[in-house]
Design a protein around this ligand. Structure first.
Ligand code: NAD
Length: 484
């Protein structure tokens, strides 16, 4: 069986924080255990870093910033390229570490490493293209230029569901722009972050440019948001914590990027190609066991195809294999923790109590697993309509008209991702424009890619990651006026 003992490069598994190029323990020796969600076994521990040590990490990032911002862009790009190459060269080990602490099937973990590395490569190239502009001045005795400058020390706070890619999607553009970072990974999945730190060192990224503080979030987060040296907070996680960090950052008026929760609708119109639609639903609903911010949470199906769609989706779901992510052929791994299972069970029980039917369920082994489930008869008064289930539950809502579908889809404070399937070109435009979401998939369930801007509207957040826009989150534009 694959476990941490089978890593080909055991040095990637670090049980220390990274501050100013030193791998350190907590000042008081405190640690936080990390468990394998497939077995409940402790796989290691990381330091529980204090506010004072977080301050030291910020100070070292600030000292490194003065050096890093002056490095020629081509040098920063070359170092990022090397970091990217090392990630790919070690992708088997990085994937195994990820599966051991997070649970997703190894094949998906490997996909995440490639996806994560792609942001580093992309932003290495963007570093080469950072340029300013010359603005025609209103009078002949002046010249006006814009200069792009790095924001400064950036706090990077990331969730457990994509322990690799959520870091690189932020750190790639931050470093390319000339910022230095203090990363606080999720306490559930710190080892993936620390392995990235090892590879950054090996790539030759200078000490202090990347710092990683591990441990319990409240104390570290309070320091990262209150400390005036931190100029930027980039956070991916729940809307609750994102809005708390926003409030904590207000007194020192920091730049913010927030990638928060979603409640994605997946709309199936009568004229959809049903087989493609089922494929899309499987991809967008069950990836990462449903623990993805862009996972469809509400599947709206028009009355004419409702039963046929429910049947096809149910057949696929019944055949899903649930088990440890390290087992061959597993579709769905364990859920991240007991609280996740409780929420999924609560949503199913509430839906059934309010009239939904369990149309299909896959078998699950004993342990921290949730059964992939199809629910029919879902209605908007159910808990699963209001909040993301973050698990492998596909609730089907029946609708009659396009207007109804749009109204149901938009009836949420969230606005991250939405999907719809239709073969009608006019409807495609109408619905695409009417959906109040930052990302819309038409006839596709796959919208996460390096080259496209990722982000939400409403309570799903602020800013965009990836794509050409992603680096702007780490840049200030200075207007430089010259009198002749
Ligand atoms: P979470 O908000 O609980 O935690 C995210 C991070 O914030 C973790 O590192 C956590 O330790 C930290 N944190 C928690 N309390 C904090 C505090 N007081 N101060 C500072 N940091 C604190 O979210 P999660 O459970 O790890 O992730 C799941 C959530 O993330 C879901 O809501 C999901 O939709 C969202 N998500 C969004 C995106 C996106 O791009 N929009 C991507 C992935 C996940």
């Amino acid at each position: 069986m694959k476990d941490m003992a089978t890593l080909s490069d055991p040095d990637l598994l670090r049980q220390a924080a990274l501050i100013g190029g030193q791998w350190v323990a907590a000042d008081n020796g405190a640690t936080v255990d990390v468990t394998n969600p497939a077995t409940g076994a402790v796989i290691g521990s990381v330091p529980d870093i204090s506010a004072a040590q977080t301050r030291a990490a910020i100070d070292t990032a600030d000292a490194a910033f003065q050096m890093w911002r002056k490095r020629p862009h081509a040098e920063r790009a070359a170092l990022l390229e090397r970091w990217h190459d090392l990630m790919l060269a070690h992708s088997d080990d990085l994937a195994l570490i990820l599966t051991m602490e997070q649970g997703k099937p190894l094949a998906e973990a490997k996909g995440e490493i490639a996806y994560g590395a792609s942001f580093v490569k992309w932003f290495a190239a963007e570093a080469l293209r950072l340029d300013g502009s010359v603005i025609p001045a209103p009078t002949g005795d002046r010249r006006i230029l814009t200069l792009k400058e790095p924001v400064g020390v950036s706090a990077i706070i990331t969730p457990w569901n994509f322990p690799n890619a959520m870091i690189t999607r932020k750190v790639g553009p931050a470093l390319a722009a000339g910022c230095t970072v203090v990363i606080k990974p999720s306490d559930f999945t710190p080892f993936s972050a620390l392995a990235l730190g090892v590879l950054a060192e090996r790539a030759g990224i200078p000490s202090g440019v990347i710092n990683i503080v591990t441990g319990m979030p409240a104390e570290i987060g309070a320091e990262l948001t209150a400390n005036p040296t931190v100029r930027k907070v980039s956070f991916t996680g729940s809307t609750r914590v994102g809005s708390l960090l926003m409030a904590q950052s207000a007194p020192s008026v920091k730049r913010l990027s927030l990638e928060l929760g979603g409640n994605a609708p997946f709309i199936v119109f009568d004229d959809a190609d049903l087989d493609r639609t089922v494929e899309g639903a499987i991809a967008s609903k069950f990836r990462n066991g449903g623990q993805t911010c862009v996972c469809s949470n509400r599947i709206l199906v028009q009355a004419g195809v409702h039963d046929a769609f429910a049947e096809k989706l149910s057949a696929r779901v019944r055949a899903m294999k649930v088990g440890p992510g390290t087992d061959a052929g597993v579709d769905i791994g364990p859920m991240i923790n007991r609280a996740a299972i409780d929420k999924i069970e609560r949503h199913i029980a509430d839906a059934v109590a309010k009239g939904a039917t369990i149309a299909a369920q896959a078998p699950v082994p004993a342990g921290q697993y949730a059964a992939p489930t199809v629910l029919t008869g879902a209605t908007t008064d159910m808990e699963l309509a209001a909040e993301e289930t973050f698990g492998p539950v596909a609730p089907l809502f029946r609708f009659d008209t396009e207007e109804q579908a749009i109204a149901i889809a938009n009836a949420t404070p969230f606005g991250l991702a939405a999907y719809f399937y239709t073969e009608d070109i006019r409807r495609a435009w109408r619905v695409g424009e009417a959906l109040e979401f930052g990302m819309v998939g038409l006839n596709t369930g796959a919208i996460s890619t390096t080259v496209s801007p990722f982000g939400g509207v409403k309570q799903s957040g602020l800013g965009r990651e990836g794509a050409r826009q992603g680096i702007d989150e780490y840049l200030e534009v200075k207007a430089f006026h010259m009198g002749l």
